[in-house]
Design a protein around this ligand. Sequence first.
Ligand SMILES: Nc1ncnc2c1ncn2[C@@H]1O[C@H](COP(=O)(O)OP(=O)(O)O)[C@@H](O)[C@H]1O
Ligand SMILES: [Mg+2]
Length: 600
Amino acid sequence: MSKKKKKKEQLENQDIPAGFLEGYRMMWPFIRKYFWYAILGVLLTIPVGTLDALIALFLKPFMDNVMVEKQQDFASSVPLIIVGFVVIQGIFIYTSTLVNSYVGGKINLDIRLKLFAKLMNQDCRFYDTNDTGAVIYRFYKDAETATSGLVDNFKLFLTKFFSSVSLVFVLIYNSWQLSFAAIGILLFLILPLKIVRKRVKAIMNKTVAENALLLTVYNETAAGNRIIRSYTLEEITMNRFRASARYLFGMGIKMVRDTNWLSPMMHVVSAVGVAVVIWYGGHLIVTQQITSGTFVSFIAALIMLYTPLKSIGNNYIQVQQAVLAIGRIYQKLEEKTDTEASLERERRGELKELKGLESTIEFRNVDFSYDGSRKVLEDISFTVKKGEKLALVGNSGGGKTTVCSLIPRLYEITGGSILIDGEDIRNLTLKSLRSCIAVVFQDNFLFSGTIRDNIMMGNYGATEEELRSACSSACLDEFLASRPEGLDTPIGERGIQLSGGQKQRIAIARAFLKNAPIVILDEATSALDNRSEKVVQEALDNLMKNKTVLVIAHRLSTIIDSDSIMVINDGHIVERGTHQDLLAKKGAYEALYRSQFRKD
Ligand SMILES: Nc1ncnc2c1ncn2[C@@H]1O[C@H](COP(=O)(O)OP(=O)(O)O)[C@@H](O)[C@H]1O
Ligand SMILES: [Mg+2]
């Protein structure tokens, strides 16, 4: 079996409970809070049906009193009573809809909030391995499917359940032998229900993966639109989309073909049930074991019992889908991420707050792997003293970025320890640790909004004065002055309306405002042309003043004056020293330097 197929199969066989009751069990924590509201909603709907019957009931005295006995006052009061009843009925319908929508909406809201909070606590690894489509599907769409399927049907099932129970009592009261036959017939439905459940599950699992893919294509079409234009990938993208959309269409049809015979099947089984009762009941009447009154009452109750069963066929499929969705949600909520484990330790008071940097950042025999098998870093040990500037250089893919991402604990190390002021960073709260580190990457994410919004993210408590000073230090003054709206210029999604250098300086201003004692610069100028690189370098030099710095630079000229330079090749520290030391050593650094020197 091919690897891809295997992965797909694994995905499809994820063990998600598909039982109806399990669905409600998993949903229960969300329903519990509003249970009495839900019951109220159900109770409010009961009189609605009864009032219908009352109106029908009025037909009899109307017939008798007016049509036959010709009583005028009765004739004039009946219309008023009917209108009165309909008004009351309207109030009930309105209130019950309101209550039910409140319950459904609240449960949906709670699930959404809980899922989004969960999303906030996912580790970087999660985002490395899940594409946007999967994230949106599992964190947004599933919540919709689960609530619409389970909550909307909750009322239906509850009312049907209560009426079924009472009807079954009526049946047994009338004749236990007939009840035995009539209810026994229903056992024939167990197998079809099981089959349908299995099929819904299989098809749903396939469509979840494909739906996620479809959403990813949407996202990539928006985010990658420039590449799509430049490489004329419209047709290929269209084909990719078409393939997914058609597959989903096929699955939709397959779902109907493979499962929607359930409804007619219900009809047939209930018809057989009625037939058996008539046949067997006839026999019982003839042999005088029951009266004909009993028989009529029995048949009436039986038909009332079977009616909802017939319509339940369709709801059953919807509910199955909802159960699978809540199953996936449940699974997601049960998973414990590293971030949550840390937050839990924080709540138990096991973690310390990092107030600032007093003495050192130390890596002690650090091993790291992204996937648990291939080691990306091995036995990395080094120390940076407060106020020092350490430069990381080395081959591409050697592990420099990885070293930097381990300090704010974006990933958990697999061996050794990282210490700040002698304290293992795993014993520090994530929030305090991360608030002590300002990072500037090669490509910084800017959020849609204005320049001001994006810079203020560095520190929401900053004053206008501090904001201005951060902008000056980030060499933004000239640029801001050139825009009529200045700081309030909108920048478009991901800062699309800005040049690379402008984006970079906004990111630097954001880091400035954060004013963290540790600064990490990861190839912060490498995406820029020479001219904007100079300006950005100036901004970076300002940012590094009086800070403890780890800098990864693609251009060695910018790091010559570092206190120390460390060469990392293929996950190992090859050498470390000052620029002069390393040149004299004539090792890896010297070779790197000479190759770049020649180029420049
Ligand atoms: N998020 C990730 N998931 C899995 N592997 C990764 C990830 N990021 C980087 N790698 C791998 O780790 C190695 C080191 O990468 P990186 O630290 O980015 O190198 P450098 O910054 O020195 O160029 C590379 O082999 C790269 O393929
Ligand atoms: Mg890198």
